[in-house]
Design a protein around this ligand. Structure first.
Ligand code: SF4
Length: 318
């Protein structure tokens, strides 16, 4: 059964303003997220993943960035045409976001309970202490009364991230944007948070945009996968198809460089080179200085999107 898209982004381009320069961060990005599904957005740091999420939330720094082209539709409505007042109303209610660093996302001088109540008042118009405890139980915090009276520094990193997830759930959002939600956590805690997010998504039926630099996290988590490089989506399709048959040389390199749990047969084949500086993106295909399959036209011509075996790929090989 196909679900209607909750998010539909068309040809989105976002720039940061750096002095007199315009620095491209998101370039001509199109993607869809169906209701109840999870889309993973994967790529190295600085490729534009978080900028895309901030554009979707309407949280781009106003004086330092601009959307120069494209449309962002949420349930069929173009968010970019809505006044800030209306977008503020949408944030928290229709969509919510959890951030990478659960410590800096909480106010250190206010108790967890106070901060959770702020979210509840914003969404329900009045305080509701029973709802605070219920939200903490929903994110599997076993002693909500203690956590509610604690300050952020008095709870563990994993509990802080659970609190942030609870705050995001306060407005019953239909879309949850999780921006590297496990990066700042220990590996065992990472696993618990991933299981929690999956459980919440399945039980509540939320859609999720899951942002990560770690390909290993998307298997079993995301229905669809978008691989991002230098501000562009270079490969997009069903997660199982991309993981079993990656088409773009960048996706192939990311998958090859994942550590394997089996006796070592030598060093892990890491991707060579570094992601480009957004102020000096290479001409043609931006991946060409790192590509093992480079063709003569690659340094000259930026490839267009092509559909091949159900995957959308931006590469001259197809
Ligand atoms: Fe490599 Fe060329 Fe494809 Fe870019 S377009 S990924 S350089 S083969």
């Amino acid at each position: 059964m196909t679900h209607p898209d909750i998010v539909d982004i068309h040809n989105l381009t976002v720039e940061y303003i750096h002095g007199r320069e315009a620095v491209p961060a998101v370039r001509d990005v199109s993607l869809e997220l169906a209701a109840g599904e999870t889309l993973a957005l994967v790529g190295e740091s600085g490729c534009g993943k978080s900028t895309l999420a901030l554009a979707l939330m309407g949280l781009l720094p106003r004086d330092e960035s601009r959307v120069t082209a494209g449309e962002i539709h949420l349930q069929g409505e173009n968010l970019l045409q809505k006044p800030e007042e209306e977008r503020r109303h949408i944030r928290g209610r229709k969509m919510a976001m959890i951030f990478q660093d659960p410590f800096s996302a909480l106010n250190p001088v206010l108790t967890v309970g106070y901060q959770l109540q702020e979210c509840i008042i914003l969404n329900e118009g009045k305080p509701n202490s029973e709802r605070s405890a219920q939200l903490l139980r929903q994110v599997q915090i076993k002693d909500p009364e203690r956590i509610l009276t604690s300050y952020p520094h008095q709870v563990s990193g994993g509990q802080r991230q659970r609190v942030l997830i609870a705050m995001a759930l306060a407005g019953h959002p239909e879309l949850l944007i999780a921006d590297e939600p496990t990066t700042a956590l220990d590996v065992t805690v990472q696993d618990e948070i991933m299981k929690l997010l999956k459980g919440l998504r399945d039980n509540i039926g939320m859609s999720m945009l899951f942002i990560t630099h770690n390909m290993a996290l998307v298997k079993g988590m995301a229905h669809r996968l978008a691989v991002m490089y230098a501000g562009q989506i270079v490969e997009y399709g069903a997660t199982t198809d991309i993981l079993t048959n990656p088409k773009h040389p960048y996706t192939q390199g990311l998958l090859r460089s994942l550590p394997k749990i089996k006796p070592s047969t030598g060093p892990i084949p890491a991707l060579s080179g570094q992601p480009p500086d957004p102020m000096a993106i290479p001409s043609g295909c931006p991946f060409h200085p790192r590509c093992e399959k480079i063709l003569p036209q690659c340094p000259r011509d930026d490839p267009a999107d092509r559909m091949t075996e159900g995957q959308r790929v931006r590469c001259h090989l197809y």
